[in-house]
Design a protein around this ligand. Structure first.
Ligand code: PHE
Length: 461
């Protein structure tokens, strides 16, 4: 064990500083979840009422688990597999949770990478003025053709994974941190510029009402689970990502302060995204609940009509692409970091292996639109393969693993150990007990209630 630790500490990189850590972790959190999923799921689930639930779940459930993962990572200086063993016993069942984390990351990356591939394609197509002179039907059709062409879907998926792998191959400082420091500020500038454009549109007032006016009659039991899943998904919790990112933190870093800023940034981007997209949708008389086609079908139709649409379209899809990339690097890093800690592989070998593995697992999701593989999947399971993986991971595996983290950190490990580690870099010592209370009681209870409701065991209306 000791020689093991000695080799690890030599090869275990750390963030260069606070900014690098915050931007990299915010990069993981801010992604397609905030920019693509949040607006349409809010749209389908009653707008403001859903937003209130999402904010509530984010702050009282998501944040405590988010901070717990960072605390566990920094304490052990390890990723999930080795970390859980170190915290308990090497042979304990908690190691299994590490494997569930790895599997969940791989599954998420396998469908998330497909959407990211579409973003890459749309950025380049926008540069090439793909919507010029096309009718709305033809523009809609572009997405249908793209998502239902097996070879083309696979090509963009593969290209995206190669870019992703390239960044991870360069390591923490030269890869993740370096690129997050470029892509995240670019993302903020683009989003703020687009937001100011949306304010000038006549549909802005309607969008504000839509996002903030709570219509509780539109909330179903399913929306509650959706809101919790959304809160977990956007914060990237329940997957061991923050354990890995926390393991690259130094002892003096202030966990609550950094966690608070990262959460605020994430929530801010989700709301800004909705307030940027919906004014465009309302101004041009489109449907806010257009589902996953909202950004790939509805918006390009509008971009084709408006002045400087080519520029706006390119910039918008670049925004999605950057957000996707900083999130997918965190997913891949979990796989690579766990391999490096448990096998004596080089980073290049671990990255190549993980990227190939994700590509293979992602093939059925990339082909879901074309039905080239498992053509009868939807008829049997009610959702296509892509949506099945999405639902399984975001609605079940993430909340369940999050629940396990609360049990490990709040019940199994010693209170003083957790609070000491959590409070190490902060002068606000009162935050520790408050966080611990939410982590031990409120977060697990809320997750259990929501899961029982989804399983049909509890019924609320
Ligand atoms: N948080 C990211 C987003 O909102 C997605 C993600 C989920 C990334 C889980 C990593 C892990 O898009």
């Amino acid at each position: 064990m000791s020689s093991d630790t000695a080799t690890l500490s030599k090869s275990h990189e750390h963030w260069t500083g606070k900014v690098g850590f915050i931007l990299s972790t915010a990069g993981s959190a801010i992604g397609l979840g905030s920019l693509w999923r949040f607006p349409y799921i809010a749209g389908q689930n009653g707008g403001g009422a859903f937003v209130i639930l999402y904010l509530l779940f984010t702050f009282i459930i998501g944040v405590p688990v988010f901070l717990a993962e960072l605390t566990l990572g920094r304490k052990t200086q390890k990723s999930s597999l080795a970390g859980y063993s170190k915290l308990t016993k090497p042979s304990s069942n908690w190691r299994l949770l590490g494997w569930v984390n790895i599997l969940t990351c791989a599954l998420i990356l396998s469908f998330y990478g497909v959407v990211s591939g579409w973003c890459l394609s749309y950025t380049l197509m926008s540069l090439n003025q793909f919507s010029l002179g096309k009718s709305p039907e033809q523009i809609r059709e572009v997405f249908t053709i793209l998502s239902s062409s097996p070879g083309i879907s696979l090509l963009w998926f593969a290209l995206f994974l190669i870019i992703n792998g390239g960044i991870i191959n360069s390591g923490i400082r030269k890869g993740i941190e370096h690129w997050s420091k470029i892509l995240m500020p670019a993302l903020f500038i683009i989003l703020i510029a687009m937001f100011f454009y949306s304010i000038t549109l006549s549909g802005f007032g309607e969008a504000v009402r839509f996002v903030f006016y709570p219509d509780f009659s539109k909330l179903s039991g399913g929306s509650v689970l959706n809101a919790l899943g959304m809160a977990f998904f956007t914060l990237s919790v329940g997957l061991g990502i923050l354990i890995t990112y926390g393991s690259y933190m130094r002892p003096k870093e202030n966990i609550p302060y950094n966690g608070f800023w990262i959460t605020l940034m994430t929530v801010f981007v989700s709301l800004m995204a909705a307030l940027t997209i919906f004014p465009i949708v309302f101004t041009y008389g489109m449907e806010p609940t257009a589902g996953s086609g909202l950004v790939f079908q509805t918006l390009p139709i509008i971009f084709a009509k408006i002045p400087a649409g080519l520029l706006i379209s390119t910039v918008f899809f670049a925004l999605l692409l950057f957000a996707a990339l900083t999130s997918t690097i965190s997913l891949l890093e979990v796989l690579v970091a766990n391999i490096l800690e448990n096998y004596s592989w080089s980073r290049a070998k671990a990255t190549t292996f993980s990227t190939l593995l994700i590509f293979i697992i992602g093939i059925p999701s990339a082909l879901a639109g074309s039905k080239a593989l498992f053509p009868t999947w939807s008829a049997i399971y009610g959702k296509d393969f892509f949506s099945t993986v999405d639902y399984l991971t975001a609605s079940w595996l993430m909340p369940l693993s999050g629940l396990c983290v609360t049990i490990l950190a709040g019940w199994k490990l010693k209170k003083c150990v957790m609070i000491d580690e959590f409070s190490m870099g902060t002068n606000n010592k009162w935050l520790g007990p408050l966080w611990y209370f939410l982590l031990k009681w409120l977060a697990p209870l809320a997750v259990i209630v929501v899961i029982l409701q989804e399983a049909g065991i509890l019924k609320f209306n």
